[in-house]
Design a protein around this ligand. Structure first.
Ligand code: TYM
Length: 334
């Protein structure tokens, strides 16, 4: 708790172009929840280094992600939006927690298995201990709730296990966080292979809607989206393509599955795809306009970065000092 509010923590990696999946699975929920909680949102630039980055592009992308959080509706004056790399406590706590995490646990992580397969030439130790850094992110701020998409739930589980293990030995040091999954959009699938998650690293640009895609591109990608045999708009297991489009439509319009089935009763896939495309445009266009506005005012974003770095450091260091003391590390002499 900070004051009388529970704490919310989340973040995204500053890797690749963000997709509609990132928006509907995470960012959109952050905006809905942000009044109710004391919120911390990280630009997870340290996590991004588990794959090689071009330094100049990476710097630009991380800043753009910061601006995007603000453009999506998170006020940086009331929410602590900051860069993970600016708060050294993340890396320090990650080291300490590494000593409370088992190789066997990390070996079971599906994201590690997937990423190792994808980057077979660079299976670095950072990729393996990635979930420990994520645990440090969350536990430093004593988060009660962590809104994420389905794919991050396994990392949240290991965070809880590490925290419980530590608390069991040293007393009540960490708040045990709960995951929060939105009612719709928690797993947006590829538009080209609807049994596979929509991902920013997909090589086929038609498979993903990027948050900064222009209107024509968005509509074109939806027109090309792979659908299933048959012609009915119905939520059914044998229709993964249509289910995904319905899920996107629900997450962007608030309409239920039943309402959608009724709205498109007797209509074809083509008409439905157009409607989904337009619904997505109506959500993304205002975000893009606001992003362009914010990018003009460099000094405002600079000031927010500075103030929030200090705020994040204050809370993170409080937890780090407590952990160091519990572990018996020698206290500083002032
Ligand atoms: P990342 O950057 O891969 O994704 C950011 C958020 O977007 C969600 N997401 C999706 N949701 C629905 N459908 C999809 N297709 C989809 N793709 C991505 C993710 O679930 C996530 O919520 N390890 C994290 C970043 C992180 C973090 C943290 C998150 C680092 N530390 C602490 C929460 C708390 C990651 O790689 O997310």
């Amino acid at each position: 708790m900070i004051g009388d509010k529970k704490v919310l923590y989340s973040g995204m990696q500053a890797t690749g172009n963000l997709t509609l999946g990132n928006y509907l699975g995470a960012l959109k929920n952050w905006v809905t929840l942000n009044e109710e909680y004391e919120c911390f949102y990280g630009v997870m630039d340290l996590h991004s280094l588990t794959v090689r980055q071009n330094a100049a592009e990476f710097r630009k992308r991380a800043r753009s992600l910061y601006t995007l959080y603000v453009a999506a509706g998170l006020n940086p004056e009331t929410n602590c939006i900051y860069f993970q790399s600016h708060v050294s406590a993340h890396a320090e706590l990650a080291w300490l927690l590494n000593c409370f995490t088992y190789m066997g646990e990390l070996n079971r992580m599906t994201q590690f298995k997937d990423k190792s397969a994808k980057h077979a030439d660079n299976i670095n130790a950072g990729l393996f201990t990635y979930p420990v850094l994520m645990a440090a992110d969350i536990l430093l701020y004593q988060a009660d709730v962590v809104p994420v998409g389905v794919d991050q739930m396994q990392h949240l589980e290991i965070t809880r296990d590490i925290a419980e293990r530590f608390n069991h030995i040293y007393g009540d040091v960490f708040t045990i966080p709960e995951g929060y999954i939105g009612k719709s959009g928690a797993k947006i699938m590829s538009l080209q292979e609807p049994t596979k998650k929509m991902s920013k690293s997909d090589e086929n640009a038609n498979a993903s809607i990027y948050l900064l895609d222009d209107t024509d591109t968005i509509i074109r990608k939806f027109k090309r989206a792979v659908t299933d045999s048959g012609s009915e708009i119905r939520y059914a297991e044998d229709k993964p393509g249509i289910c995904n489009l319905m899920d996107i439509y629900t997450a962007t319009t608030g309409k239920t599955k039943e309402e959608i089935e009724k709205e498109f009763d007797g209509k074809g896939y083509g008409e439905f795809k157009m409607a989904v495309g337009e619904a997505v445009v109506s959500v993304l266009k205002p975000l893009q306009d606001r992003m362009a506005e914010l990018e003009k005012d460099k000094s405002y974003i600079d000031r927010m970065i500075k103030e929030n770095d200090e705020k994040a450091q204050y809370f993170a260091n409080k937890t780090l000092r407590k952990v160091q003391k519990k572990l018996g590390l020698t206290e500083r002499i002032r």
